[in-house]
Ligand binder design. Sequence first.
Ligand code: ZN
Length: 124
Amino acid sequence: MNKFDVFTSHKCQYYCKRLEVTVPDIIFREKEYNLFNEYLKQLYKDRYVPIKVDGTLRGASSLAQETIFINLDSEEHKTYDDVEETLIHELVHYTKPSYKHYTKRFQECCKKLKQGRVKNGRFF
Ligand SMILES: [Zn+2]
């Protein structure tokens, strides 16, 4: 873990509390994220359906609880602001899985989450 990873964990807990959602597990290196996805596919075979949208993996399996992971590789980021921006983006994927990447309503949610405009799990 480096200083950005610690920051990411801390911020993730903060935002998830505001969103009133379970804190997802974070996988910090992209290589590990891809390896773990492969492992789950082999473990659950056709009973595992991974839905991977950039850094957010939502795996549905009949054998296990739904698995949700966020990948945020801080080695690909240069500043705390940069890391936080990506985290917010992934948390919107996590809480609004039907919202498409970079649409206006998706971007609105990112902005609102950053500004703390979230109450009872809803954006306002
Ligand atoms: Zn995205």
